[in-house]
Unconditional design. Structure first.
Length: 226
């Protein structure tokens, strides 16, 4: 069940977007931010108004885009939405000073060789300093940051970055339990929900590929090799 980041839909989308760029420019971190920041904005809204959050990201970055009517059409955003929108604004403001991808790459690929993977806390602190919860931070890291890092590494043929992203992903601790992981654990008759973000994302991958569309005969978990 160890599907790595580049196999999930987020990294496939990032790879498609980055292939449209010209010759790789390792120092053009601002260009990468144009793809990373809107994805993080959408990630802040998982389970909520994703289209509005992504469009808001583009607006804050000064990029063209239509700002849709928020879901619910209340005069003010809900407290949780307001908190996450403030975090998004601060993240984009900081990126205008130092590109976000530059900061993330530095954390993901330490300058000196290590016998073991560095702590995930420097990576987490980039987001928790924005008053985001640890749970939301981990969701952003596993669903956006690491898949994006894998896509950049594949584009630049950067073996070190790819391997660091892979190791972070496969060793990342549990994400919050959700409806899909609970349902898939029961469907596959597991003794309990699997531990570790990679295993949990594997359940999401199986669900997206076959379970959601009821293609049971093509199930990744139950299919036997010929």
């Amino acid at each position: 069940m160890h599907t790595f980041a580049y196999e999930n839909r987020s990294s496939e989308l990032f790879s498609t977007q980055l292939r449209a760029l010209s010759t790789p420019k390792h120092d053009d971190e601002t260009l990468y931010d144009h793809y990373l920041l809107p994805a993080l904005g959408e990630g802040l809204a998982y389970g909520r108004d994703r289209a509005f959050f992504r469009a808001t990201s583009l607006r804050l970055m000064g990029l063209p885009g239509i700002l849709p009517e928020p879901e619910g059409r209340a005069t003010r955003p809900a407290p949780l939405d307001a908190q996450r929108l403030r975090a998004l604004r601060h993240l984009i403001e900081q990126a205008q000073i130092t590109p976000l991808w530059q900061r993330l790459r530095t954390v993901l690929t330490p300058g000196e060789a290590h016998d073991s993977l560095p702590s995930i806390w420097p990576l987490r602190r980039i987001f928790t300093r924005l008053n985001l919860s640890l749970a939301r931070t981990d969701i952003l890291v596993c669903n956006v940051v690491l898949p994006f890092a894998a896509a950049v590494a594949l584009r630049e043929q950067d073996i070190v970055l790819y391997e660091c992203a892979r190791q972070f992903y496969t060793s990342y601790p549990d994400l919050p339990s959700n409806q899909v992981t609970r349902m898939m654990s029961a469907q596959l008759q597991l003794p309990g929900e699997p531990g570790g973000a990679c295993q949990q994302q594997g359940l999401h991958y199986i669900y997206q590929q076959t379970c959601r569309t009821k293609e049971c005969t093509q199930c990744i978990a139950g299919r036997k090799a010929l």
